[in-house]
Design a protein around this ligand. Structure first.
Ligand code: 5AD
Ligand code: SF4
Length: 477
């Protein structure tokens, strides 16, 4: 039986603030760090770098900010509402700060970079403002605050990749982890603040990526997600490793292959792909290795070539369709997910219809859908008028969401009756009588628990039915 159940929430890639803690024994006399992260997966990965740096300074993490000596909030600037959430949270921390004046409140990440010293002027309770490339400076900045000063470092770097810092895993399930393979973005999409808050694109040394993946595998992790704003433009140039001193080049396809070869038991995911850069070489590498998941996040943003041009995406509707055709030809059962923006500057009803048609053409498995939010300093804010009324944006977004719910359901229905291999991640959120995990295509599967099945195991599950967001099944005989 198939249930048609339309999700009542909008998909939003920004994760709400999450307190991040290390699952480790408590230290004696340690100072306590409460760290909360917002936004993309990259921010969550960065918080693990931050925690690692502070661990070396004698801090341990806590999940309760009332007992913290330092509260860090790792922020997101991608849309106005993301920033508003952070400001609301800061006013809650303000109450704590008035109670305990010695408490250090630090703002990290994209909002810190965007607002710089303005943050210290606007939010009086904030002691410290630290941009995404300045985390190595944290011990010094904390010391400065300890001496009664405000502290700020928002320098962006062309080299920093934190390659040598081994991140501590926060809120980890011990099964899946993120590995950051590059930082920054050179693309300058006209709506996007990221190139300004995270700086120029740089790739991390492949040896340090492989060492991190191998270490995770040896510690029992079963899945790694390689992260970058645009993983397809990953490029490492180096000479140190080559015996004859010749320059070696590693592109994303080659990096994927190297990580895949660590062990067939280690699954690999990656995000985000850019339609202008994803190559057939990458697609053939995914096809070649069973442990590279058949799941590509390929943000389209709009289905209209006119909009794509204004967005400075540097591809057309036809180019995007050609890339989708290549994925379908080379990896027929590949899941494709996307990001869509409704109501970008000058968007007409015809442009919007082209986006809906594109959704029909691709049949996305999943989509993060947003209404356009003008960001100060971006190309669009400087050159284009944010002229689509909020009600129109909202209406178009609703149409996009509705189409996506139908599309997600249709894609999930294709698995009903099939047996799929999944990696068990833990108990289902709704019931501890059920386990859950993801298949290769990143769909969530819920099934009744059994004593012999443990988190971290791969298991075959027969899919019996689905909702628009989840597959439901039973362990195969
Ligand atoms: N308004 C709305 N959505 C945006 N995104 C990026 N900038 C904006 C903006 N100003 C979306 C894009 C991107 C995703 C991470 O966030 O779809 O792919
Ligand atoms: Fe922003 Fe475009 Fe870079 Fe993505 S590729 S981070 S949307 S500028």
């Amino acid at each position: 039986m198939i249930e048609l159940q339309l999700a009542d929430k909008t998909h939003d890639e920004e994760r709400q603030g999450e307190a991040l803690v290390i699952d480790a024994p408590k230290m004696i006399n340690a100072r306590k760090l409460y760290i909360e992260s917002y936004g993309c997966q990259m921010n969550f990965a960065d918080s693990e770098i931050v925690a690692s740096i502070l661990l070396d300074q004698g801090f341990e993490t806590t999940g309760d900010y009332h007992e913290a000596d330092a509260i860090f909030i790792n922020t997101c600037s991608i849309r106005e509402n993301a920033e508003q959430r952070v400001r609301n949270r800061l006013s809650q921390f303000g109450i704590e700060k008035r109670r305990n004046p010695k408490l250090i409140v630090g703002v990290l990440g994209c909002m810190a970079e965007r607002l710089k010293s303005k943050f210290l002027e606007e939010e009086k309770l904030v002691d410290m403002v630290v941009g995404p490339d300045a985390y190595r400076d944290l011990p010094q900045l904390i010391e400065q605050v300890g001496e009664g000063q405000k502290a700020i470092n928002v320098l962006l770097s062309r080299e920093e990749t934190y390659a040598d810092i081994s991140p501590v895993r926060l809120n980890g399930n011990g099964i899946t982890a993120f590995i950051s393979i590059m930082r920054g973005c050179d693309n300058m999409c006209s709506f996007c603040v990221v190139p300004f808050t995270r700086g120029r694109e740089r790739s991390r040394d492949p040896d340090s990526i492989l060492a991190e993946a191998l270490d995770l595998h040896q510690r029992g992790y079963k899945e790694v997600t390689l992260l970058g704003q645009n993983v397809d433009s990953y490029k490492w140039k180096g000479s140190a490793e080559a015996e004859d001193g010749a320059e070696i080049m590693v592109n994303f396809a080659q990096l994927l292959e190297k990580v895949a070869l660590i062990s067939p038991e280690l699954r690999i995911r990656f995000s985000t792909s850019h339609p202008k850069d994803i190559t057939d070489e990458v697609l053939y590498t995914i096809k070649k290795y069973d442990n590279i998941c058949n799941n590509i996040h390929l943000p389209v943003q709009s289905g209209s070539s006119r909009m794509l041009d204004l967005m400075n995406r540097t591809y057309t509707r036809e180019w995007y369709m050609n890339r989708v055709d290549a994925i379908r030809n080379i990896i027929p059962d590949c899941a494709i997910s996307t990001d869509i923006i409704a109501g970008f500057c000058t968007e007409t009803e015809e442009d919007h219809q082209e986006t809906l048609q594109m959704m029909d053409y691709v049949g996305y498995d999943f989509a993060f859908c947003f209404s356009y939010s003008e960001r100060p300093g971006t190309l669009a804010a400087r050159k284009l008028e944010d002229d689509i009324p909020e009600e129109v944006k909202k209406l178009r977004l609703q149409e996009i969401l509705l189409k996506q719910q139908v599309s997600s359901l249709r894609r999930l229905q294709e698995s009903v009756g099939k047996t799929v291999r999944i990696l068990v991640e833990g108990f289902s959120k709704k019931s501890d009588k059920d386990l859950c995990g993801r298949n290769d295509q990143n769909a969530m599967i819920v099934f009744p628990a059994a004593d012999h099945i443990k988190p971290g195991q791969y298991v075959n599950v027969v899919i019996e039915r689905c909702t628009s967001a989840t597959l439901l099944g039973r362990i195969a005989d």
